[in-house]
Design a protein around this ligand. Structure first.
Ligand code: PGA
Length: 256
């Protein structure tokens, strides 16, 4: 059984003060929920403080990005070793980074390897644009992103990964993929591609989230789908109430 994982991506939304308040609220809100993994991904500047607040809690901390080099003259960047001990997860390949900051499949692959070398689990985001979706290119495009992200990784490394399927047209727009469509792409396209490359056992082990306007109202329906192992949540992770409700709804949908 794959443990559901709900991760909040706070993006560029929280000051240090706001991040700490949110972290404390989430910590209290999920303290009785054992069987859903809860992750929060604050901006870099708040990671150390949030990690301290959440140290003895059930809530894990993630970063929103990383550089693949261990150190060097890369002004403004953060190396994986700087995150070690502070985070368990790191989002890579988010569509906003691909669109606005030039992140490529090759970078995603380098970042995945760099994180794994430090024992940090990548949350690898993939997803198609509206145009690709309408042209029927979703399976080919997303399958390609999956293969490229995994190049050179071992079975064991892949089995521990998290993917997030985030159709670009659903992020921050209020539009969600139907839970049946999300389930199909996650199962056939993403898990299917991993099965082709690494075999069925590895494919069954990886966890794959849905992302894109997931919220307290639609999470129950999404989590009823057998292939969807959780959600990567932007907007709805920014208030304690909606995020904690999402964790509780996930537990309810899964009968946990
Ligand atoms: P959203 O963002 O939930 O606000 O659509 C999801 C994401 O970008 O990870």
């Amino acid at each position: 059984m794959r443990k559901p994982i709900i991760a909040g991506n706070w993006k560029m939304h929280t000051t240090l003060k706001e991040a700490l308040a949110l972290a404390r609220g989430v910590r209290t809100g999920v303290q009785d929920i054992d069987d859903v993994e809860t992750v929060v991904c604050p901006p870099f500047i708040s990671i150390a403080a949030v990690s301290e607040v959440l140290a003895a809690s059930r809530v894990e901390v993630g970063a929103q990005d990383v550089h693949w080099e261990q150190k060097g003259a890369f002004t403004g960047e953060i190396a994986p070793g700087m995150l070690e001990g502070l985070v368990s997860y790191c989002i890579i390949g988010h569509s906003e980074r691909r669109a606005y900051f030039g992140e490529t499949d090759e970078w995603v692959n380098k970042k995945a390897k760099a994180l794994l070398a430090y024992g940090i689990t990548p949350i690898i985001c993939v997803g198609e644009s509206l145009e690709q979706n309408q042209n029927g290119e979703t399976d080919a495009f997303v399958g390609g992103q999956v293969g490229a992200a995994l190049a050179g990784l071992t079975d064991e490394q892949v089995a521990g990964l998290v993917f997030a399927y985030e159709p670009i047209w659903a992020i921050g727009t209020g539009l969600t993929a139907t839970s049946a469509d999300a389930n199909r792409i996650i199962g056939l396209t993403i898990r299917g591609r991993v099965a082709e490359l690494y075999g069925e056992a590895t494919a069954q082990a990886i966890r794959i989230q849905y992302g894109g306007s997931a919220n307290a109202k639609n999470i129950y329906e999404l989590m009823l789908q057998p292939e969807i192992d959780g959600a990567l949540v932007g907007g709805a992770s920014l208030t304690v109430e909606s995020f904690v409700t999402m964790i509780k709804e996930t537990a309810r949908a899964r009968g946990l």
